[in-house]
Design a protein around this ligand. Sequence first.
Ligand code: BJW
Length: 233
Amino acid sequence: MDDIRNIVILTGAGISAESGLRTFRASDGLWEDHPVEEVATPEGFRRDPGLVQRFYDARRADVQAAVPNAAHLALGELDMRWKGELLIVTQNIDDLHERGGARRVLHMHGEALSAWCTSCDTRRRWTGTLRDNPPCPACGMAALRPDIVWFGEMPYRMGEIFQAIGRADLFVSIGTSGAVYPAAGFVEEARRTGAHTLELNLEPSLGSRLFDEARLGPASELVPAFVAELLQK
Ligand code: BJW
């Protein structure tokens, strides 16, 4: 870890699991109770907007009730103290990285606390519910949807992500199953452009064999230890 300057960190649902937010694909995960095609596709939203709005209203409430755990706090400290480039690319829609002190965060799958007006294409912070179809504060149309990237939609800021990976000396993946693209493909891109690749996960992910190094355990233990190593504490 001596000659590392630029770092990209990809995070998934596993980093927020110890804050009480459910992951997706575990046996007690979100997709067990809510079939993915019903709640996380544009087709599902067109078919039953009320169901999807209620699902994300509940997620928005859960996010606001959760608090950052030791893994979020460690990445917050890393962000504060790391002098080189750092980009935390999160697939998570919660704001626990930000509340853990991180600033260089990119939400590639959107944010629970944001609403997107499909009529005037504006986005704004949203902490309440959307199930009653409130009017958009900008244009007055009842056309607000969760600002979430569903299957078949383009994740946000992909150009920025690939540029950062291209400059990275270290690529770290934390608490993601490697089941969803394009995020699952970042490790191959990082290897191609010469970064050292490290996985931190409770159990091996689908892409574990693609990493130079894998460490198994809970994020609340692995991430603070990894940050201490980087900062040589
Ligand atoms: C712990 C832990 C602890 C637990 N400590 N670890 C190439 C090949 C095949 C398919 C595709 C492809 N390219 C695109 C696709 C299609 C599709 C896709 O990937 N499908 C797959 C099912 C195969 N991808 C898309 O559609 C994406 N869009 C796209 O590619 O656009 C280009 C395009 C556009 C149009 C046409 C064609 C192409 C969009 C994907 C959007 C994903 N959206 C979701 C829901 C929204 C957010 C939300 O509601 O919260 O995002 S799905 C869901 O999965 C969510 C997550 O961000 C994402 C990833 O899940 P994650 O975070 O990995 O969670 P889990 O549950 O899977 O894993 C948890 C992990 O944590 C596990 O590994 C545990 O071990 C670990 N863990 N406790 C450490 N304490």
